[in-house]
Each structure stands twice: as structure tokens, then as C-alpha cells.
Design a protein around this ligand. Structure first.
Ligand code: G1P
Length: 302
């Protein structure tokens, strides 16, 4: 079978980040660092690992630090190289996206995730593409989008990352209805055919507790649905509502990815992510393992 490619990814980064004020008063929330890398860099690195070649950021006011982050910086380059700090320059060089392969387009008003994706329509054209939400940080041996693109080689169509969430949290996510499956079947199957999808349903009416996490492989036909600009949950133009148009028309799957997801749009989730990523760093792990129990026990480490 011929390999299918996903070459472009959209990064919606227009959100205000009010949950992290005052930190996000003058700094995009996507630039908040987990250990020593901004959240958006994790998203871009995941995309690169999955073979993405073109990076499309849907931005808004006050987000220019993101553009600067992925741009070259000759002042820093010469300063670091002049001092022989090749390792530090290496870290900076890794952040630079290739010329002509990165685009920034603005979402003029915060009309919802569906609208943010719609804003990138002219830059996508007529090919499958990925969407990555940087708030959903995923720690995995094989990056989540790469897992999805591998699985998508067989399925084609559209795919979303999914995971089970506590039933009382369904009103925070897009929730999929995966129809009738024998008990236990869903745990064994990484791929779940999507029979329905609804944005942020109340726990009482949710079709399941299988939630969409911010990784999508989409077919460009989604733009036809987004073009209708229908308002959904919260009065916003929801990506989830447009996704529902795939059902019965093209293959549409949820993929239970292998990895740990952190909700970095939430302060506690962000702190958990920081700890998990720091513990995965050999130069920090030993010290943290020593100091964390003391912090947990209420005793300050010396
Ligand atoms: C968005 C989507 C939602 C999805 C979630 C994943 O919601 O609308 O369907 O489950 O991301 O993080 P948001 O978190 O932007 O409200």
C-alpha cells in the first residue's frame, strides 16, 4: 500500500489564557515553559517527529512572541558561538522553523476552535492535515501524532485522539459515541469507530466518557461544514460539530493513544506536567526524587 502523508499542521494559538493571569497578561499562554521549553515547542516537536513539514499558527493579538520563538536570532547566535557555547546554540537552533514552511494567520475574533481552524483554510488547500492543541501535552515513547499517522495509514479518513475521562468531566470535552461494543472490547482496541460526537455534554446526557484530546487528522471536507459558521456549545463555532459531518461519509476513528496526557490549560495539570517532564530528565530526576517526598511531608528540603 502506498504511504499516505500528512504534511501540514495547524496550531490554534489565539486563546487569551485567562486561567493563567497575571502570567499571561503580556505573554502568550503557549509560551509558558514546562521545565525549559515553551508548551508550543512541545507541540511543534511532536508534529516534526510525525513528519509534518508545514506549520500553520492561527494567532491573535499579543502572540508575536511565538513568531519570534520559531525565528532565527542572529544576535543570540553570535553571542553564544562567540563564547563557545555550542550546546546552548544547538538548543536554540532546534527551535528555528525552515523558511517558507511556517505561516501565521490571525483569528480576528475568538469565535471558537472551529473558527480558528477555518481561518487556516486557504493555507491548507485540498489535502489531509493535522491539528494540535498545545494545551494538551502528551508524554509518550512514540509521539501521539506519530501513533495516529501510523494507524491512519490503514484507515484513512479522519481521526481524533481519545481517552477515558471521569464521567463527571464530560462537560469539558468533545465526547464520542462509539456505539455498541462488547464489554472490555474498547480497552483492547486502539481504534474506535466514531458513531457520534458531541461537544461538552452534561454527564447525564453524555453518550460515553471517551473524550477527544487535542490531536486531530482531518480531511479537508471539514471546511465545507465549518463554512456554515453554525454556533454550537457556548455560542462558539465548534470543531466538534463540524467533525460530526464526517459520520457516515468517510472513515472516522478515535485512537486510544499510548501515553500520558496533561491538561496544561489548567494550573494543576500544568504543575503535574512540569513534574512529569522534569522527572524524565536524568539531570534533575535524582534531586527531585529526593526533595519531593519532603515537600509532600510538609518538610522543606535543605
Ligand atoms: C477543545 C475541544 C474539545 C476537546 C478539547 C481537548 O476544547 O473543543 O472538543 O475535547 O479541546 O482538550 P477546549 O479545551 O478548547 O475548551
Amino acid at each position: 500500500m502506498m504511504r499516505k502523508f500528512v504534511r501540514k499542521a495547524i496550531f490554534p494559538v489565539g486563546g487569551l489564557g485567562t486561567r493563567f493571569l497575571p502570567a499571561t497578561k503580556a505573554m502568550p499562554k503557549e509560551m509558558l515553559p514546562v521545565v525549559d521549553k515553551p508548551l508550543i515547542q512541545y507541540a511543534v516537536e511532536e508534529a516534526r517527529a510525525a513528519g509534518i513539514e508545514e506549520f500553520i499558527f492561527v494567532t491573535g493579538r499579543g502572540k508575536s512572541a511565538i513568531e519570534d520563538h520559531f525565528d532565527s536570532n542572529s544576535e543570540l547566535k553570535y553571542a553564544l558561538l562567540g563564547r563557545g557555547k555550542l550546546d546552548l546554540w544547538g538548543l536554540v537552533e532546534d527551535t528555528i522553523l525552515p523558511p517558507g514552511k511556517v505561516a501565521y494567520t490571525r483569528q480576528p475574533e475568538p469565535l471558537g476552535l472551529g473558527h480558528a481552524v477555518w481561518c487556516a483554510m486557504p493555507l491548507i488547500g485540498n489535502e489531509p492535515f493535522a491539528v494540535i492543541l498545545a494545551d494538551d501535552l502528551i508524554q509518550a515513547d512514540t509521539p501521539c501524532l506519530q501513533q495516529m499517522i501510523e494507524a491512519w495509514q490503514d484507515t484513512g479518513g479522519a481521526m481524533v485522539a481519545v481517552m477515558d475521562v471521569p464521567p463527571q468531566h464530560t462537560n469539558r470535552y468533545g465526547i464520542i459515541d462509539y456505539g455498541q461494543q462488547p464489554a472490555g472490547e474498547s480497552d483492547r482496541n486502539a481504534l474506535v469507530p466514531v458513531a457520534g460526537i458531541v461537544e461538552k455534554p452534561d454527564p447525564a446526557s453524555a453518550p460515553s466518557n471517551l473524550a477527544v484530546i487535542g490531536r486531530y487528522i482531518l480531511d479537508p471536507s471539514i471546511f465545507t461544514a465549518l463554512d456554515a459558521k453554525n454556533r454550537g456549545a457556548g455560542g462558539e463555532i465548534q470543531l466538534t460539530d463540524a467533525l460530526a459531518h464526517y459520520i457516515g461519509k468517510i472513515p472516522f476513528h478515535g485512537m486510544r493513544f499510548d501515553g500520558r496526557r496533561f491538561d496544561c490549560g489548567d494550573k494543576v495539570g500544568f504543575i503535574e506536567a512540569t513534574l512529569a517532564f522534569a522527572l524524565a530528565r536524568p539531570e534533575m530526576a535524582a534531586h527531585l526524587r529526593h526533595s519531593l517526598p519532603k515537600l509532600l511531608g510538609g518538610v522543606m528540603p535543605r
